[in-house]
Design a protein around this ligand. Structure first.
Ligand code: AMP
Ligand code: MG
Length: 334
């Protein structure tokens, strides 16, 4: 082993992506992943879990091999972190079982990490932010989050489905393959006409289900697909920007961090950076590899928790498919 810095192995497997990484606070030392792609339709929890259990041995082999070529051996690790939730139960259980086995075999602490908090922490780490308002937009979640008195508080969230799920559902309906978000983005780019779609913000919450249905109806009524895609993005992203801006204003914060798979969308980036520019706030989003679900985000968060004395006894390591962002005690910000 090199310096005396702490090294953590993180394993992510809440849904489609099974991924493991070894990190130090300086960066990623090794990383390996295996992606489950549904043959058709959306993700089936049991099939995704079968993919994870069939591939986890090979993914761990690869990450350990790369780590050892970087001079890091399994016995150099300080802890094993894993995605404890939220996510698909069968997938979570597969990953947790492997993490427990590794922790016991190597005789190092286990750390259960909240997947949403991990998106935030890897973003803060990669973008060098201290205390941002976070817009977390993914296949399963859409939340506006900010730190306040020991927790990441959810200031606003979707009342029904996530923005990623809404995009994927609409895309599937019009015959595009999963994941739909990038395909909708591509079709939207050259389109110019706006098809009116429902804009739903209630207080600090938003809703995408009616929007997805209205977009389907517009497509069925003959509106060109590109126009519907563009209108879908403009409407949904405006809702997110409105609530994000209100959170910035009310929390008196000056940084805005965009995380989750939908953060790859260029138009959403453009809209948020315009809003932040107007307010004199800093806007940023992590590199692509840290934006989508990845092992490094679990490892980095595990490392931060470890340095703050937080580990998870095996008895308390049961997975929690509904683990909420604001259930985690955050002791590392103040
Ligand atoms: P995650 O759940 O964080 O892994 O993110 C997956 C979600 O991100 C899926 O719903 C994708 O459709 C969505 N997504 C990925 N790339 C883009 C993009 N460029 N624009 C919009 N959505 C995207
Ligand atoms: Mg995610």
């Amino acid at each position: 082993m090199k310096s005396g810095e702490k090294l953590v192995l993180g394993i992510e497997g809440t849904a489609w992506n099974l991924s493991a990484a070894v990190v130090s606070m300086k960066g990623v030392i090794a990383e390996a992943e295996s992606t489950y792609t549904p043959p058709s339709g959306g993700i089936h929890p049991r099939e995704a879990a079968q993919h994870h259990s069939a591939n986890i041995g090979e993914v761990l082999d690869r990450v350990f091999n790369t780590a050892s070529s970087e001079g890091v051996l399994p016995e150099d690790l300080s802890a094993v972190a894993f995605s404890q939730g939220p996510g698909l139960g069968p997938c979570l259980r597969t990953v947790a079982t492997s993490a427990r086995a590794l922790s016991l075999t190597l005789g190092i602490p286990l750390i259960g990490v909240n997947h949403c908090v991990a998106h935030i922490e890897v973003g803060r780490w990669n973008c060098g932010m201290r205390d941002p308002v976070v817009l977390y937009v993914s296949g399963a979640n859409s939340q506006v989050i900010a730190y306040r008195r020991g927790r990441y508080r959810v200031f606003g969230e979707t009342l029904d489905i996530s923005i990623g799920n809404a995009l994927d559902k609409f895309a599937r309906y019009v015959g595009l393959q999963h994941p739909g978000g990038p395909k909708v983005e591509k079709l939207a780019e050259p389109a110019e006409e706006y098809v009116p779609l429902p804009y739903v913000v209630k207080g600090m919450d938003f809703s995408f289900s009616g929007l997805a249905t209205a977009a389907r109806d517009a497509f069925d009524a003959g509106a060109p697909l590109g126009n519907v895609c563009r209108s879908f993005q403009e409407t949904a992203f405006s809702m997110l920007v409105e609530v994000g801006e209100r959170a910035l204003a009310h929390c008196g914060k000056s940084e805005m961090l965009l995380v989750g798979g939908v953060a790859a969308n260029r138009r959403l980036n453009e809209m948020l950076s315009l809003m932040c520019e107007d307010r004199g706030a800093r806007f940023d989003t992590p590199e692509d590899r840290f934006v989508r679900d990845n092992g490094a985000m679990i490892a980095i968060t595990g490392l931060i928790m470890l340095e703050n004395g937080i580990t998870t006894p095996v008895e308390a390591s049961a997975v929690n498919p509904n683990y909420r962002t604001d259930e985690v005690e955050v002791t590392w910000i103040d």
